[in-house]
Design a protein around this ligand. Structure first.
Ligand code: KE4
Length: 424
């Protein structure tokens, strides 16, 4: 064991500041990254890896993009935080609302968790109803009310519903299978007028990658309209990732509230929630729904997010086409190699994010995801890592491609896939 990790384990639970980093489900020791450029990570042992985690989504342009770094450096020279308003938060809000028409107004916070927590409070206040429908395996951060059958690290570690949360808090959180329109209809038939909102990842990225079945998102929207509930899209991961306008632009569904994070901070701590004006103006100081944050709208984060989103917008046609082409080529190679070696695998991708399950049947919900072969995933993960390719250290995460991934990285990754699969 490296001294870094041994020391870390004496100072931080599991030696980490976020559980999925601990490599517990894939074995071995976590990486200690000391630098990152473009598509690459460099670790404390001077090893280099092609990175398919990208900070779990924010690094869509690749690491250390010069314009993003420069924007942060320039702002840092102007002070690190003011606790006041600043022009950059206005500029970023203007840009986001111009890209996502469902967002007339937004509030910046410091994480996706904060944004999801606030969205739930706002939906309950707006509808005067207590219940929230979520989908099993979706992850919306670690706020008490949403740590019910949660994905990502919660599932990775086998604790999808955490201890320490009173039943009184979770009794109004209804978790049903993703892609199960009948279960959703039954839930509304049972609880209809008590349901404040449906909260979902429109494309699930926290139980591997699972796409909505045709019509499923429309059913969510129709039932919300029928019962006067709110539709809340958690686009922390998919926003500006799967398309410039996020999943809502891909599927043509306008949610009432959108949760954002990751890319809009360019790699710095961020979250946001946005929606129709009359909803958002229920938030203090205009309305009575309280929410606050010392570092919300911090100008360094705003600068990094602005620099990132401006490039995504300016180069959107080329960038998203490049992400799509690269990701499809990689996934096609993974699928055909597995087929040639008689290894059952399900590969899915949307834009610059992809996921795969070692499973002989399609994976459309959490229960099916949990039946995939996670031991085989761990073997594959370690073999890819040994060949200089870093995948998310869990079968219940999504992989991410950046604009800095090119032909050299694709060829290296495909060669590594061939080797890793042949060794399974
Ligand atoms: P944060 O609080 O971690 O900023 O965001 C929570 C969140 C909310 N919604 C979605 C759809 C998310 O994917 C996330 C966080 N994603 C995980 C990766 N699956 C963060 C990585 C981690 O927990 O270390």
């Amino acid at each position: 064991m490296t001294t870094l990790f041994a020391t870390a384990q004496t100072l931080m639970p599991g030696g980490v500041n976020s559980p999925v980093r601990a490599f517990q489900s894939v074995g071995g020791e976590p990486l200690y990254i000391t630098g990152a450029q473009g598509a690459y990570l460099n670790d404390a042992s001077n090893r280099q890896f092609i990175d398919y985690v990208g900070g779990f989504g924010p690094m869509i342009l690749g690491h250390s993009h010069p314009e993003v770094v420069q924007a942060i450096q320039e702002q840092a020279a102007q002070g690190l935080t003011y606790g006041t308003c600043n022009p950059l938060e206005v500029e970023l809000a203007t840009l986001i609302t111009s890209i996502m028409p469902s967002i007339e107004m937004l509030r910046m916070v410091n994480s996706g968790t904060e944004a999801a927590m606030t969205a739930v409070r706002l939906a309950r206040a707006a509808t005067k109803r207590p219940k929230i429908i979520k989908f099993t395996g979706c992850y919306h951060g670690h706020t008490d009310a949403l740590l019910v059958a949660a994905g990502s690290g919660a599932t990775t570690l086998g604790i999808p519903s955490s201890p320490g949360i009173p039943d009184a808090v979770t009794q109004d959180t209804l978790s049903i299978p993703f892609n199960d329109a009948h279960a959703l209809q039954r839930c509304f038939q049972s609880h209809g007028r008590d349901i404040a909102a449906i909260l979902l990842e429109p494309i699930c990225g926290n139980m591997g990658l699972i796409t909505p079945q045709p019509g499923f998102l429309e059913t969510c929207q129709t039932l919300c309209r029928e019962y006067d509930s709110l539709l809340v899209f958690d686009e922390v991961m998919t926003g500006f990732r799967v398309a410039l306008g996020g999943a809502q632009s891909l599927y043509g569904i306008q949610p009432d509230i959108t949760i954002l994070g990751k890319i809009i901070g360019g790699g710095l701590p961020v979250g946001a929630l946005g929606g129709r004006r009359e909803l958002m103006e229920m938030l203090a100081p205009v309305g009575p729904v309280y929410q606050a944050g010392t570092l919300s709208g911090n100008h360094l984060t705003m600068a990094a997010g602005l620099a990132t989103l401006k490039i995504c917008q300016a180069k959107s046609a080329a960038l998203y086409s490049q992400l799509n082409v690269y990701t499809k080529a990689l996934c096609d190679y993974m699928q055909t190699t597995a087929q040639r070696l008689n290894i059952p695998i399900q590969v899915q991708s949307v834009g610059g994010m992809f996921g795969f399950f070692f499973s002989d049947s399609p994976v459309q919900c959490y229960e099916q995801a949990c039946q995939s072969d996670t031991k085989r995933f761990a073997q594959f993960f370690q073999s890819m890592l040994a060949q200089g390719v870093y995948l998310p250290p869990s079968a219940y995460e999504a992989c991410f491609v950046s604009g800095a991934h090119g032909d050299v990285e694709l060829r290296h990754t495909c060669d590594a896939i061939q080797q890793a699969m042949a060794a399974l």
